[in-house]
Design a protein around this ligand. Structure first.
Ligand SMILES: Nc1ncnc2c1ncn2[C@@H]1O[C@H](COP(=O)(O)OP(=O)(O)OP(=O)(O)O)[C@@H](O)[C@H]1O
Ligand SMILES: [Mg+2]
Length: 243
């Protein structure tokens, strides 16, 4: 496996724990080739300051999911630079990206992404199992996180036995399991009714404060944008409003 060196040596060295949590510079990503190419991101630059909840809005097809996947190390850009917690993602090979996603980023998806045959508690524990955390430490943190999201009494229920809002609360607890620096959420309220969606967003707002985590959240929902520290607006692969 070859390690990309494209970003090495060019960035000003920055200590982890200082500077913005996310820095994106002139990011480009296209799908397909030639005349049929779709330019999903056409030179996107922004920063997410530490400890903030930044919302990403824009109509369908504007590039939100493409951008989140790149920041989260699930995909590679065609051009530009992404720095997460002072790490230039171009400096990471596949193993490095895997470790970044496992240890420093928590993902929350519209469709919750829980494992159906596992209980709520087991789902929350999965990231810690992947990190081979001590089982006693794991069980204690699972209990604490389920209490944090208000599901202490539902630990043994499987996803199919929980409401949509409860499932998304489990997913938020799971995303926090390995004490990530950054939460990335792609339309986390998209499958929820307005009231439940607002409650889930308020929970995200609260955990950003209480856990000292930073969050980048794509949402269509104007009601939720008011809870963000700032709102970035994407249109046709470009940021048109930096909040
Ligand atoms: N795997 C892919 N192959 C080809 N085109 C893609 C792919 N993924 C996304 N696109 C295109 O890139 C553009 C941006 O898509 P993206 O999913 O990032 O938008 P979005 O803002 O998340 O939209 P939505 O609000 O509907 O989720 C769209 O034109 C889309 O069709
Ligand atoms: Mg999307």
């Amino acid at each position: 496996m070859s390690e990309s060196t494209s970003g090495r040596g060019t960035a000003v060295a920055e200590q982890p724990g200082t500077g913005p949590m996310v820095r994106v510079e002139d990011l480009r990503r296209s799908y397909g080739e030639g005349a049929a190419a779709v330019h999903a991101l056409r030179g996107v630059s922004f920063e997410v300051p530490r400890g903030e909840l930044v919302a990403l809005k824009g109509r369908s097809g504007s590039g939100k999911t493409t951008l989140l996947n790149l920041v989260g190390g699930l995909d590679r850009p065609d051009g530009g630079r992404i720095t997460v917690d002072s790490t230039d993602l171009a400096d990471l090979g596949e193993e490095g990206l895997l470790a970044l996603r496992r240890d420093r980023i928590g993902f929350i998806f519209q469709s919750f992404g829980l494992i159906p045959i596992l209980s709520a508690a087991e789902n929350v524990g999965v990231p810690m199992r992947l990190r081979k955390a001590d089982p006693r430490e794991r069980d204690a943190r699972v209990e604490l996180l389920l209490a944090l999201v208000g599901l202490g009494d539902h630990a043994q229920q499987r996803p199919g036995e929980l409401s949509g809002g409860q499932q998304q609360r489990v997913a938020i607890a799971r995303a926090l399991a390995n004490r990530p620096a950054l939460l990335i959420a792609d339309e986390p309220t998209g499958q929820l009714d307005a009231e439940t969606g607002l409650a889930v967003m308020e929970l995200l707002r609260a955990v950003v404060r209480s856990e000292g985590v930073t969050a980048l959240v794509a949402t269509h929902d104007t009601q939720l944008l008011g809870l963000a520290d700032r709102v970035l607006e994407l249109s046709d692969g470009r940021i048109i409003d930096h909040g």
